[in-house]
Design a protein around this ligand. Structure first.
Ligand SMILES: NC(=O)c1ccc[n+]([C@@H]2O[C@H](COP(=O)([O-])OP(=O)(O)OC[C@H]3O[C@@H](n4cnc5c(N)ncnc54)[C@H](OP(=O)(O)O)[C@@H]3O)[C@@H](O)[C@H]2O)c1
Length: 326
């Protein structure tokens, strides 16, 4: 027996209910983890609302967890009881203990504490795949790029990493408080898209040339403007829908906008194999060690108060990463 925040139906933050649940022994290939931290991620709100379906109902939210292995299932040979591990696996981390496939886990390096690991793993491996793999060119020093929601969890890491690679990062934010944060986390120019026309501002900043890539997880409210910020043959990498789903794309429009490219990219496809996952994690831990990315866990909540954290995320009150503590 253990305890978890269970949802019995999709809906608002109030559907999160603290309950006792049964937990069997880990099956072959699985391990049992005792959680020490769970990262809060925007995707948790998509599963809560039913925008992405959970495989089972009642279900447990939580894309990201950190903890200690307490039991090994048959056939697990590369991990040991007592190992500190982290994962980003869609759902299931809002609980005290769980079983999970060993191949989804990465050992947390000794120089990274549990709260930092929970604050950076999902968001940082997302930044890695977006910058280094979904964008198919190498970022060149001086390249202009645009990152929406630059003061958010993924945004802060992405902007710092791109800045570390030499890009001129333009970030958008929804408030003046967030503008200051974005400036301190890799953005050379910051646009408050609640009060300014970001397409005009990007054109001014780039002398009318536009940016070579836009990273857009805001979706509905930014998507069309993002296309208008691109250089000819530029890339719009949509990776989320915080404001709602973007409009359908007509390929002919992409030609008229300068033969630009659009993708909707997901971490689950880019880190689907253990080899990709481990390479992505290594690059993230390396850039943190080099000082290229500083992880800003700006808010922590007790796990049992995750409903309040969800409300604050939806209300755009959160800055940087947020971690839930069991
Ligand atoms: N594709 C993938 O594999 C992948 C992986 C991880 C995350 N993501 C996506 O990346 C995005 C960021 O995730 P995160 O966990 O780091 O969250 P976050 O950026 O900390 O929070 C979302 C931010 O979106 C902005 N936003 C704009 N319009 C909004 C609206 N109508 N309602 C709520 N927020 C709005 C807000 O910033 P402002 O107030 O500054 O506008 C808000 O702080 C999410 O869309 C998430 O789904 C995708």
């Amino acid at each position: 027996m253990t305890s978890a925040l269970v949802i019995n139906e999709t809906g608002g933050p109030e559907v999160l209910q603290w309950q006792d649940i049964e937990l069997e022994s880990p099956k072959a290939g699985e391990v049992r983890i005792k959680h020490t931290a769970a990262g809060l991620n925007y995707i948790d709100t998509y599963f809560r609302q039913g925008i992405f379906p959970l495989p089972n109902m009642p279900g447990i939210l939580g894309a990201e967890g950190v903890g200690v292995i307490t039991e090994l299932g048959d056939g697990v040979s590369d991990l040991s009881v007592g190992d500190r591990v982290v994962y980003s696996a869609g759902f299931g981390s809002y609980c005290l203990e769980r079983n999970i496939l060993a191949e989804k886990l990465v050992k947390v390096p000794d120089d990274i504490d549990d709260i930092t690991a929970a604050g950076c793993f999902s968001k940082g491996t997302t930044a890695e795949f977006l910058l280094l793999r979904a964008y198919p060119r190498d970022i060149q020093p001086g390249d202009y790029i645009l990152v929406h929601a630059a003061a958010g969890g993924v945004g802060q890491i992405l902007c710092q990493w791109a800045n570390h690679l030499g890009a001129n990062v333009i970030g958008t934010v929804g408030s003046e408080e967030k503008a200051e944060v974005a400036r301190n986390h890799g953005c050379r120019d910051v646009i408050n898209y609640s009060t300014e026309d970001f397409v005009e501002r990007v054109s001014d900043i780039t002398d009318g040339k536009g940016v070579c890539v836009v990273f857009d997880a805001v979706g509905k409210s930014t998507f069309e403007g993002s296309l208008d910020c691109l250089q000819p043959r530029g890339f719009l990498i949509n990776f989320g829908t915080a404001s709602g789903p973007p409009p359908k794309v007509d390929p002919t429009d992409l030609m008229h906008k300068g033969s630009v490219y659009v993708t909707r990219a997901s971490l689950f496809h880019y880190n689907a194999t253990p080899a990709d996952l481990s390479a992505s994690a290594e690059k993230l831990f390396a850039v943190i060690r080099e000082g290229g990315v500083k992880v800003n866990v700006n808010q922590t909540y007790p796990l049992q108060d995750a409903a309040q954290a969800h409300q604050d995320l939806a209300d755009r009150k959160l800055i940087g990463s947020t971690v839930l503590i069991p």
